[in-house]
Design a protein around this ligand. Structure first.
Ligand SMILES: *Cc1c(COP(=O)(O)O)cnc(C)c1O
Length: 395
Protein backbone atom coordinates (compact mmCIF):
# COMPACT_ATOMS: atom_id res chain seq x y z
CA UNK A 1 0.00 0.00 0.00
CA UNK A 2 1.35 3.37 -0.91
CA UNK A 3 -0.11 6.80 -1.08
CA UNK A 4 2.68 8.17 -3.25
CA UNK A 5 1.82 9.44 -6.71
CA UNK A 6 3.11 7.39 -9.62
CA UNK A 7 5.71 8.87 -11.96
CA UNK A 8 5.03 6.53 -14.85
CA UNK A 9 3.88 7.80 -18.24
CA UNK A 10 0.48 6.22 -17.87
CA UNK A 11 -1.71 5.25 -16.28
CA UNK A 12 -1.52 8.63 -14.62
CA UNK A 13 -2.62 9.60 -11.12
CA UNK A 14 -6.39 9.64 -10.67
CA UNK A 15 -7.42 12.77 -8.77
CA UNK A 16 -9.77 12.33 -5.82
CA UNK A 17 -12.44 14.28 -7.67
CA UNK A 18 -12.47 11.74 -10.49
CA UNK A 19 -12.33 8.76 -8.16
CA UNK A 20 -15.47 10.05 -6.52
CA UNK A 21 -17.12 10.83 -9.84
CA UNK A 22 -16.76 7.25 -11.10
CA UNK A 23 -18.00 5.66 -7.87
CA UNK A 24 -21.64 5.45 -8.93
CA UNK A 25 -24.58 3.14 -8.68
CA UNK A 26 -25.57 1.11 -11.75
CA UNK A 27 -27.15 3.26 -14.40
CA UNK A 28 -29.29 2.05 -17.25
CA UNK A 29 -27.71 3.00 -20.55
CA UNK A 30 -31.08 2.59 -22.26
CA UNK A 31 -32.75 5.02 -19.89
CA UNK A 32 -33.95 8.39 -21.19
CA UNK A 33 -31.08 10.01 -19.21
CA UNK A 34 -28.26 8.44 -21.22
CA UNK A 35 -28.36 10.77 -24.24
CA UNK A 36 -27.86 13.76 -21.91
CA UNK A 37 -24.63 12.14 -20.69
CA UNK A 38 -23.06 10.89 -23.92
CA UNK A 39 -23.98 13.86 -26.14
CA UNK A 40 -22.20 16.62 -24.21
CA UNK A 41 -19.17 14.38 -23.53
CA UNK A 42 -18.65 13.73 -27.26
CA UNK A 43 -19.16 17.41 -27.98
CA UNK A 44 -16.77 18.67 -25.31
CA UNK A 45 -14.10 16.21 -26.45
CA UNK A 46 -14.03 18.06 -29.76
CA UNK A 47 -12.75 21.11 -27.89
CA UNK A 48 -9.85 19.07 -26.50
CA UNK A 49 -8.98 17.54 -29.90
CA UNK A 50 -9.35 21.08 -31.31
CA UNK A 51 -11.69 20.04 -34.05
CA UNK A 52 -14.87 21.66 -35.26
CA UNK A 53 -15.49 19.32 -38.18
CA UNK A 54 -14.42 16.05 -36.58
CA UNK A 55 -16.55 13.33 -35.01
CA UNK A 56 -15.56 11.79 -31.70
CA UNK A 57 -16.02 8.10 -30.87
CA UNK A 58 -15.60 6.20 -27.60
CA UNK A 59 -14.95 2.48 -27.34
CA UNK A 60 -14.56 0.28 -24.27
CA UNK A 61 -10.88 -0.45 -24.94
CA UNK A 62 -7.40 1.03 -24.59
CA UNK A 63 -5.11 3.07 -26.83
CA UNK A 64 -4.02 -0.13 -28.59
CA UNK A 65 -7.66 -0.91 -29.36
CA UNK A 66 -7.94 2.65 -30.65
CA UNK A 67 -5.17 1.91 -33.20
CA UNK A 68 -7.05 -1.18 -34.35
CA UNK A 69 -10.29 0.81 -34.63
CA UNK A 70 -8.52 3.51 -36.65
CA UNK A 71 -6.89 1.05 -39.07
CA UNK A 72 -9.87 -1.23 -39.60
CA UNK A 73 -12.29 1.62 -40.29
CA UNK A 74 -10.19 3.51 -42.82
CA UNK A 75 -8.09 0.94 -44.72
CA UNK A 76 -8.40 -2.19 -46.83
CA UNK A 77 -6.29 -5.38 -46.91
CA UNK A 78 -3.07 -4.80 -48.86
CA UNK A 79 -3.26 -1.01 -48.61
CA UNK A 80 0.12 0.67 -48.54
CA UNK A 81 0.77 2.80 -45.46
CA UNK A 82 3.77 4.92 -44.51
CA UNK A 83 4.81 4.79 -40.85
CA UNK A 84 7.50 6.64 -38.90
CA UNK A 85 9.25 4.38 -36.39
CA UNK A 86 11.30 5.95 -33.60
CA UNK A 87 10.36 4.07 -30.44
CA UNK A 88 8.42 1.18 -28.93
CA UNK A 89 4.96 2.56 -29.53
CA UNK A 90 5.48 3.38 -33.19
CA UNK A 91 7.06 -0.08 -33.54
CA UNK A 92 4.02 -1.77 -32.01
CA UNK A 93 1.73 0.18 -34.31
CA UNK A 94 3.78 -1.03 -37.30
CA UNK A 95 3.38 -4.64 -36.11
CA UNK A 96 -0.36 -4.18 -35.84
CA UNK A 97 -0.47 -2.89 -39.42
CA UNK A 98 1.31 -6.03 -40.61
CA UNK A 99 -1.02 -8.25 -38.61
CA UNK A 100 -3.91 -6.56 -40.41
CA UNK A 101 -2.45 -7.39 -43.81
CA UNK A 102 -1.39 -3.85 -44.64
CA UNK A 103 1.69 -3.18 -46.73
CA UNK A 104 3.70 -1.08 -44.26
CA UNK A 105 6.55 1.06 -45.47
CA UNK A 106 8.53 1.92 -42.36
CA UNK A 107 10.68 5.04 -42.24
CA UNK A 108 13.08 4.63 -39.35
CA UNK A 109 14.35 7.60 -37.41
CA UNK A 110 16.86 7.23 -34.58
CA UNK A 111 15.42 6.80 -31.10
CA UNK A 112 15.52 10.32 -29.69
CA UNK A 113 14.52 11.90 -33.01
CA UNK A 114 10.99 12.72 -34.13
CA UNK A 115 8.73 11.92 -37.07
CA UNK A 116 10.82 11.97 -40.29
CA UNK A 117 8.78 14.58 -42.20
CA UNK A 118 11.44 15.24 -44.87
CA UNK A 119 11.79 11.53 -45.69
CA UNK A 120 8.01 11.25 -45.82
CA UNK A 121 7.87 14.06 -48.34
CA UNK A 122 10.38 12.40 -50.67
CA UNK A 123 8.45 9.14 -50.59
CA UNK A 124 5.06 10.82 -50.98
CA UNK A 125 6.26 12.96 -53.89
CA UNK A 126 7.56 9.84 -55.68
CA UNK A 127 4.23 8.05 -55.19
CA UNK A 128 2.60 9.49 -58.31
CA UNK A 129 -0.15 6.86 -58.42
CA UNK A 130 -1.12 7.65 -54.82
CA UNK A 131 -0.77 4.03 -53.77
CA UNK A 132 -0.04 5.17 -50.20
CA UNK A 133 -3.35 5.37 -48.40
CA UNK A 134 -2.27 6.63 -45.00
CA UNK A 135 0.62 8.16 -43.09
CA UNK A 136 0.90 7.00 -39.47
CA UNK A 137 2.74 8.94 -36.81
CA UNK A 138 3.04 8.88 -33.05
CA UNK A 139 2.78 12.43 -31.73
CA UNK A 140 4.47 11.73 -28.39
CA UNK A 141 6.74 8.66 -28.33
CA UNK A 142 6.34 7.53 -24.75
CA UNK A 143 9.43 5.28 -24.98
CA UNK A 144 11.83 8.08 -25.88
CA UNK A 145 10.14 11.19 -24.50
CA UNK A 146 10.02 12.82 -27.93
CA UNK A 147 7.21 15.00 -29.20
CA UNK A 148 7.02 15.22 -32.99
CA UNK A 149 6.12 18.13 -35.23
CA UNK A 150 2.82 16.97 -36.73
CA UNK A 151 2.37 20.24 -38.64
CA UNK A 152 5.60 19.37 -40.52
CA UNK A 153 4.15 15.96 -41.45
CA UNK A 154 1.03 17.73 -42.71
CA UNK A 155 3.22 20.05 -44.82
CA UNK A 156 5.02 17.01 -46.25
CA UNK A 157 1.66 15.65 -47.45
CA UNK A 158 0.54 19.04 -48.76
CA UNK A 159 3.84 19.83 -50.50
CA UNK A 160 3.65 16.47 -52.27
CA UNK A 161 -0.03 17.17 -53.02
CA UNK A 162 -0.70 13.69 -51.66
CA UNK A 163 -4.22 12.63 -50.61
CA UNK A 164 -3.21 9.99 -48.03
CA UNK A 165 -4.98 10.06 -44.67
CA UNK A 166 -3.00 11.27 -41.67
CA UNK A 167 -3.45 9.00 -38.61
CA UNK A 168 -1.94 10.25 -35.36
CA UNK A 169 -1.41 8.48 -32.03
CA UNK A 170 -1.88 11.17 -29.37
CA UNK A 171 -2.31 8.72 -26.49
CA UNK A 172 0.31 10.37 -24.26
CA UNK A 173 -0.07 13.96 -25.45
CA UNK A 174 -3.75 14.87 -25.74
CA UNK A 175 -5.01 17.04 -22.87
CA UNK A 176 -1.42 17.55 -21.68
CA UNK A 177 0.39 19.19 -24.59
CA UNK A 178 -0.82 21.37 -27.47
CA UNK A 179 -2.61 19.30 -30.12
CA UNK A 180 -4.46 20.69 -33.13
CA UNK A 181 -6.55 18.17 -35.03
CA UNK A 182 -8.00 20.62 -37.59
CA UNK A 183 -5.02 22.94 -37.94
CA UNK A 184 -2.68 19.98 -38.49
CA UNK A 185 -5.08 18.34 -40.93
CA UNK A 186 -5.32 15.11 -38.94
CA UNK A 187 -7.81 12.52 -40.18
CA UNK A 188 -7.86 10.13 -37.25
CA UNK A 189 -6.53 10.98 -33.78
CA UNK A 190 -6.29 8.22 -31.19
CA UNK A 191 -6.05 8.47 -27.43
CA UNK A 192 -7.17 6.67 -24.25
CA UNK A 193 -8.66 7.48 -20.86
CA UNK A 194 -5.71 6.76 -18.56
CA UNK A 195 -3.19 9.42 -19.53
CA UNK A 196 -4.06 13.11 -19.97
CA UNK A 197 -7.67 12.47 -18.94
CA UNK A 198 -6.49 11.12 -15.54
CA UNK A 199 -9.03 8.26 -15.50
CA UNK A 200 -8.69 4.50 -15.09
CA UNK A 201 -7.81 2.53 -18.22
CA UNK A 202 -10.77 1.36 -20.27
CA UNK A 203 -11.74 3.84 -22.95
CA UNK A 204 -10.29 4.34 -26.41
CA UNK A 205 -11.10 7.88 -27.54
CA UNK A 206 -10.91 8.71 -31.25
CA UNK A 207 -11.65 11.68 -33.44
CA UNK A 208 -12.27 11.40 -37.20
CA UNK A 209 -12.21 14.05 -39.90
CA UNK A 210 -14.93 14.26 -42.58
CA UNK A 211 -12.33 12.91 -45.03
CA UNK A 212 -11.82 9.84 -42.83
CA UNK A 213 -15.59 9.34 -42.67
CA UNK A 214 -15.65 9.25 -46.48
CA UNK A 215 -12.70 6.83 -46.57
CA UNK A 216 -14.60 4.61 -44.14
CA UNK A 217 -17.27 3.85 -46.75
CA UNK A 218 -14.68 2.15 -48.97
CA UNK A 219 -12.50 0.63 -46.21
CA UNK A 220 -12.49 -3.16 -46.53
CA UNK A 221 -10.70 -4.41 -43.41
CA UNK A 222 -12.96 -6.59 -41.25
CA UNK A 223 -14.42 -4.83 -38.25
CA UNK A 224 -17.29 -5.56 -35.94
CA UNK A 225 -16.86 -4.44 -32.33
CA UNK A 226 -14.98 -1.36 -33.53
CA UNK A 227 -17.28 -0.53 -36.43
CA UNK A 228 -17.55 3.25 -36.64
CA UNK A 229 -20.72 3.18 -38.74
CA UNK A 230 -22.65 1.33 -36.04
CA UNK A 231 -21.15 3.52 -33.31
CA UNK A 232 -21.93 6.79 -35.10
CA UNK A 233 -25.49 5.67 -35.85
CA UNK A 234 -26.10 4.67 -32.21
CA UNK A 235 -24.50 7.83 -30.83
CA UNK A 236 -26.58 9.89 -33.21
CA UNK A 237 -29.73 8.61 -31.53
CA UNK A 238 -28.19 9.09 -28.07
CA UNK A 239 -27.29 5.45 -27.54
CA UNK A 240 -24.46 2.94 -27.71
CA UNK A 241 -24.31 -0.27 -29.81
CA UNK A 242 -23.51 -2.37 -26.71
CA UNK A 243 -23.17 -1.83 -22.98
CA UNK A 244 -21.03 1.26 -22.48
CA UNK A 245 -18.71 1.68 -19.46
CA UNK A 246 -21.01 4.28 -17.91
CA UNK A 247 -18.80 5.05 -14.88
CA UNK A 248 -15.88 5.88 -17.19
CA UNK A 249 -18.08 8.10 -19.33
CA UNK A 250 -19.32 9.87 -16.19
CA UNK A 251 -15.66 10.20 -15.16
CA UNK A 252 -14.79 11.60 -18.57
CA UNK A 253 -17.48 14.24 -18.17
CA UNK A 254 -15.90 15.25 -14.86
CA UNK A 255 -12.39 15.16 -16.35
CA UNK A 256 -13.52 17.47 -19.16
CA UNK A 257 -14.98 19.80 -16.52
CA UNK A 258 -11.66 19.85 -14.65
CA UNK A 259 -9.70 20.56 -17.82
CA UNK A 260 -12.05 23.35 -18.77
CA UNK A 261 -12.01 24.90 -15.28
CA UNK A 262 -8.22 25.00 -15.27
CA UNK A 263 -8.19 25.99 -18.96
CA UNK A 264 -6.36 23.92 -21.57
CA UNK A 265 -3.69 26.57 -22.07
CA UNK A 266 -2.97 26.52 -18.35
CA UNK A 267 -2.97 22.72 -18.32
CA UNK A 268 -0.31 22.79 -21.06
CA UNK A 269 1.68 25.49 -19.22
CA UNK A 270 1.60 23.44 -16.00
CA UNK A 271 2.91 20.37 -17.84
CA UNK A 272 5.65 22.46 -19.49
CA UNK A 273 6.68 23.95 -16.18
CA UNK A 274 6.76 20.62 -14.32
CA UNK A 275 8.72 19.07 -17.20
CA UNK A 276 11.14 22.01 -17.11
CA UNK A 277 11.96 21.21 -13.48
CA UNK A 278 12.53 17.54 -14.33
CA UNK A 279 14.89 18.52 -17.14
CA UNK A 280 16.78 20.86 -14.80
CA UNK A 281 17.19 17.94 -12.39
CA UNK A 282 18.45 15.63 -15.14
CA UNK A 283 21.04 18.23 -16.18
CA UNK A 284 22.13 18.66 -12.55
CA UNK A 285 22.66 14.88 -12.33
CA UNK A 286 25.03 15.20 -15.28
CA UNK A 287 22.77 13.00 -17.37
CA UNK A 288 21.03 13.63 -20.66
CA UNK A 289 17.68 12.92 -22.17
CA UNK A 290 17.07 10.48 -25.00
CA UNK A 291 15.34 13.32 -26.89
CA UNK A 292 18.02 14.94 -29.00
CA UNK A 293 16.97 18.58 -29.20
CA UNK A 294 15.00 20.90 -26.93
CA UNK A 295 12.17 21.27 -29.46
CA UNK A 296 11.67 17.49 -29.22
CA UNK A 297 11.42 17.42 -25.41
CA UNK A 298 8.14 15.95 -24.28
CA UNK A 299 6.26 17.68 -21.49
CA UNK A 300 4.62 14.42 -20.38
CA UNK A 301 7.55 11.98 -20.15
CA UNK A 302 11.31 12.33 -19.81
CA UNK A 303 13.51 9.41 -20.83
CA UNK A 304 16.78 9.73 -18.92
CA UNK A 305 19.95 8.03 -20.21
CA UNK A 306 21.94 6.49 -17.37
CA UNK A 307 25.75 6.54 -17.10
CA UNK A 308 27.51 3.47 -18.53
CA UNK A 309 27.39 0.51 -16.16
CA UNK A 310 24.25 1.65 -14.34
CA UNK A 311 21.34 -0.79 -14.36
CA UNK A 312 18.06 1.00 -15.09
CA UNK A 313 15.88 -1.98 -14.22
CA UNK A 314 17.58 -2.41 -10.84
CA UNK A 315 17.08 1.29 -10.14
CA UNK A 316 13.36 1.24 -10.92
CA UNK A 317 12.89 -1.99 -9.00
CA UNK A 318 14.72 -0.52 -6.00
CA UNK A 319 12.88 2.82 -5.89
CA UNK A 320 9.61 0.88 -5.86
CA UNK A 321 10.62 -1.59 -3.16
CA UNK A 322 12.48 0.85 -0.93
CA UNK A 323 10.37 4.00 -1.27
CA UNK A 324 7.08 2.85 -2.78
CA UNK A 325 7.34 5.02 -5.87
CA UNK A 326 6.81 3.89 -9.46
CA UNK A 327 8.92 5.18 -12.35
CA UNK A 328 9.11 3.80 -15.88
CA UNK A 329 11.80 1.41 -17.09
CA UNK A 330 13.66 1.93 -20.35
CA UNK A 331 11.83 0.22 -23.19
CA UNK A 332 13.09 -1.61 -26.25
CA UNK A 333 16.64 -0.65 -27.17
CA UNK A 334 16.82 1.50 -24.00
CA UNK A 335 16.06 -1.49 -21.74
CA UNK A 336 18.42 -1.24 -18.77
CA UNK A 337 20.18 1.86 -20.11
CA UNK A 338 17.54 4.44 -19.28
CA UNK A 339 14.59 5.11 -17.06
CA UNK A 340 11.49 7.22 -17.63
CA UNK A 341 9.89 9.87 -15.50
CA UNK A 342 6.21 10.30 -16.28
CA UNK A 343 4.91 13.77 -15.49
CA UNK A 344 1.47 13.91 -16.99
CA UNK A 345 -2.01 14.40 -15.68
CA UNK A 346 -2.74 15.65 -12.22
CA UNK A 347 0.69 16.60 -10.92
CA UNK A 348 2.02 19.63 -9.12
CA UNK A 349 5.55 21.00 -8.73
CA UNK A 350 5.55 19.90 -5.08
CA UNK A 351 4.59 16.31 -5.95
CA UNK A 352 7.27 16.27 -8.64
CA UNK A 353 9.93 17.38 -6.13
CA UNK A 354 8.99 14.38 -4.01
CA UNK A 355 9.48 12.09 -6.97
CA UNK A 356 12.84 13.61 -7.82
CA UNK A 357 13.95 13.27 -4.19
CA UNK A 358 12.94 9.59 -4.18
CA UNK A 359 14.78 8.70 -7.38
CA UNK A 360 17.88 10.52 -6.08
CA UNK A 361 17.82 8.42 -2.92
CA UNK A 362 17.43 5.28 -5.01
CA UNK A 363 20.31 6.30 -7.28
CA UNK A 364 22.53 6.85 -4.24
CA UNK A 365 21.46 3.45 -2.85
CA UNK A 366 22.32 1.53 -6.03
CA UNK A 367 25.62 3.35 -6.53
CA UNK A 368 24.80 5.76 -9.32
CA UNK A 369 26.95 8.75 -8.41
CA UNK A 370 24.57 11.65 -7.85
CA UNK A 371 24.95 14.02 -4.89
CA UNK A 372 21.74 13.95 -2.84
CA UNK A 373 19.68 17.05 -3.45
CA UNK A 374 21.41 18.14 -6.67
CA UNK A 375 18.46 17.47 -8.96
CA UNK A 376 15.92 18.52 -6.37
CA UNK A 377 17.70 21.87 -5.91
CA UNK A 378 17.81 22.49 -9.67
CA UNK A 379 14.09 21.72 -9.93
CA UNK A 380 13.34 23.92 -6.91
CA UNK A 381 15.13 26.78 -8.63
CA UNK A 382 13.14 26.19 -11.79
CA UNK A 383 9.85 26.07 -9.92
CA UNK A 384 10.66 29.20 -7.89
CA UNK A 385 11.62 31.15 -11.01
CA UNK A 386 8.56 30.10 -12.98
CA UNK A 387 5.92 30.04 -10.27
CA UNK A 388 2.53 31.62 -10.80
CA UNK A 389 -0.59 31.03 -8.81
CA UNK A 390 -0.88 27.58 -7.29
CA UNK A 391 -3.39 25.25 -8.90
CA UNK A 392 -6.51 24.82 -6.81
CA UNK A 393 -8.64 21.81 -7.60
CA UNK A 394 -12.23 22.14 -6.50
CA UNK A 395 -13.33 18.93 -4.78
C1 LIG B 1 0.13 4.28 -23.61
C2 LIG B 1 0.36 4.41 -25.07
C3 LIG B 1 -0.26 3.56 -26.01
C4 LIG B 1 -0.98 2.31 -25.63
O1 LIG B 1 -2.12 2.51 -24.97
P1 LIG B 1 -2.81 1.32 -24.15
O2 LIG B 1 -3.93 2.09 -23.53
O3 LIG B 1 -1.81 0.80 -23.19
O4 LIG B 1 -3.28 0.31 -25.11
C5 LIG B 1 -0.09 3.81 -27.33
N1 LIG B 1 0.66 4.84 -27.77
C6 LIG B 1 1.29 5.65 -26.91
C7 LIG B 1 2.12 6.75 -27.45
C8 LIG B 1 1.16 5.46 -25.54
O5 LIG B 1 1.81 6.26 -24.68
Amino acid sequence: MTSNPVFIPGPSNIPERLRRAIDIETRDHRSPDFPALIGPVLDDLRTVFRTERGQVLLFPSTGTGGWEAALSNTLSPGDRVLLGRYGTFSQKWAEMCRQHGLDVEIVDAPWGAGAPAAAFETILAADRTHSIKAVLVTHNETATGVVSDIAAVRRALDDAAHPALLLVDCVSSLASMPFEMDAWGIDVAITASQKGFMLPTGLAILAMSPKAIVAMQAAGLPRSFFDFTAMLASNHSGGFPYTPPVPLIVGLRESLAMLSEEGLERVFARHARIAGGVRAAVAAWGMSLCARQPQLYSDTVSTVLLPPGADGRALIDHVYRAYGVSFGVGLGELDGRAFRIGHLGMLTDVAMLGGLAAIEMAMADVGIPVPLGAGVAAAQDHYRMTRGTALKIAA
